[in-house]
Design a protein around this ligand. Structure first.
Ligand code: MEV
Length: 437
């Protein structure tokens, strides 16, 4: 068996598959069939997918679900969610319905600035690079004018440029920090292209700067790259209602529910273990919507988790409190997304999802995402402090267990009925099937 190959990317799709099946699956044709079964029968759609990435051999589907009844700033939405976890869409839908009769979600974009850096090493006197930067900073921006022309006409462009001295952390290390607005695109390619141009211009200007010594002229560019940490590109989402308007939960008063909810959030604020799980729940909603709209969920996740640590300890993204007999639940998070560019215009499902959302601009999408996150967090905490998470979770997971156990459709029907009133676990479902062959 050959497990190494050079020039793999040059093989055709079927040659790639055949090579893998031969060398990693001992020529087991059933493994080839699985890949081919997942090709899209519509050749045009398949070729779009094939061209997204290198070495594409098949598709990996996620279900697309929808969560209805979201009211965000007074507007009705039904949210598209691409996710594999059984209970997430149900939880979103429940939270959306809950708040739809209590004023809905309020959201607000608090800033849209993104940043990127040219990271470089300067071997010389700090004051010389500081003076040099003052002289050339306008030229650095001008050097990008061809690249920023279109973006400026769409309301974006470079918003700031500054030199940051990091030489106390690493000898000679400086950054040129550049602020950007990227209108309705996420802007990663735009930002990185501008940064690379700025780096090029920096080197050129340094070479021609008479006050630099031979050594100082040799600025070493380490890298030019956007930051996925975007604490100035943030959005706030909140829900609130009088305590008396909350739904009655079994075994506790509305005030008790509020107090317990606030304690649960407080625990996530003070304990990183709980905070990570709390925030994971928030990301269940956000990621599902990011994927459905063709956005880069890894970028958003990285930025949000960094933001959760901004005060030196990883903490809850959400907070809750009571004021004047009113329950308040709120979250502020950084989100950098686009509604044009990337794969958004190429992936038919991403386009469909944005159509479903009535084609929001990127600020509106930030708002919808923040509402999706807060809804998910509300649903999770509500379950955790009342029935416990497993009841709803296992209810949604029942079909997965039944499918895993290869239940027939008659068995499934019977099981769904039976487990309306009985506790679901892998063992209980397995026993049920044994007794209902
Ligand atoms: C599961 O995907 C998400 C939860 O664990 C979130 C939470 O605990 O808050 C239910």
């Amino acid at each position: 068996m050959k497990r190494k190959i050079f020039g793999f990317s040059k093989l055709s799709k079927i040659e790639k598959i055949d090579w893998i099946i031969k060398n990693f699956f001992n020529n087991d044709i059933s493994k080839k069939k699985i890949l081919i079964d997942y090709w899209n029968s519509n050749k045009k759609i398949q070729s779009i997918h094939d061209e997204f990435i290198e070495n594409s051999i098949s598709n990996f589907y996620l279900p697309l679900g929808v969560a209805p009844n979201f009211i965000i700033n007074g507007k009705d939405y039904i949210l598209p969610m691409a996710i594999e976890e059984s209970s997430v869409v149900a939880a979103s839908s429940r939270a959306a319905k809950y708040w739809s009769t209590r004023g809905g979600f309020k959201t607000e974009v608090l800033g849209v600035e993104k940043i990127g850096h040219v990271h470089f090493i300067f071997n010389g006197q700090n004051k010389k690079i500081i003076n040099f930067f003052k002289i050339i900073k306008d030229k650095l921006i001008e050097s990008t004018s061809d690249l920023t022309k279109n973006m400026i006409s769409r309301g974006g462009g470079i918003t700031s440029i500054s030199l940051i001295n990091k030489s106390n952390k690493l000898k000679g290390y400086f950054q040129i920090e550049v602020g950007f607005k990227t209108a309705n695109s996420m802007g990663a390619n735009f930002i990185n292209t501008c940064l690379e141009k700025i780096a090029e211009k920096l080197l050129l200007e340094a070479k021609n700067y008479d006050l630099f010594s031979k050594n100082e002229k040799k600025i070493e560019i380490i890298m030019s790259i956007l930051s996925n940490y975007v604490p100035k590109c943030i959005v706030k989402a909140s829900v609130s209602c009088p305590i008396r308007s909350l739904e009655s939960e079994s075994n506790m008063t509305k005030k008790e529910f509020c107090d317990k909810f606030i304690k649960a959030v407080k625990i996530a604020e003070i304990d990183p273990h709980r905070a990570v799980t709390n925030n994971k729940g928030i990301m269940n909603g956000i990621d599902a919507l990011l994927i459905a709209t063709g956005n880069d969920f890894r970028a958003v996740d990285a930025g949000i988790h960094a933001y959760a640590s901004r005060n030196g300890q990883y903490s809850s993204l959400s907070t809750a409190w009571i004021k004047n007999e009113e329950f308040n639940f709120q979250m502020t998070i950084p989100i950098s997304v686009g509604t044009i560019g990337g794969i958004i215009n190429l992936h038919p499902m991403a386009k469909w999802s944005l159509d479903l959302l009535n084609n929001p601009n990127s600020n509106e999408l930030m708002e919808i995402l923040s509402a999706a996150g807060l809804a998910q967090n509300f649903a999770a905490i509500r379950s955790l402090i009342t029935s416990g998470i497993q009841k709803g979770h296992m209810k949604m997971h029942l079909l997965n267990i039944l499918n895993q156990l290869k239940a027939t459709s008659i068995q499934k029907k019977k099981a769904i009925n039976y487990f309306k009133k009985n506790k679901i676990s892998f063992n209980s479902v397995s026993n049920f099937l044994k007794n209902n062959l």
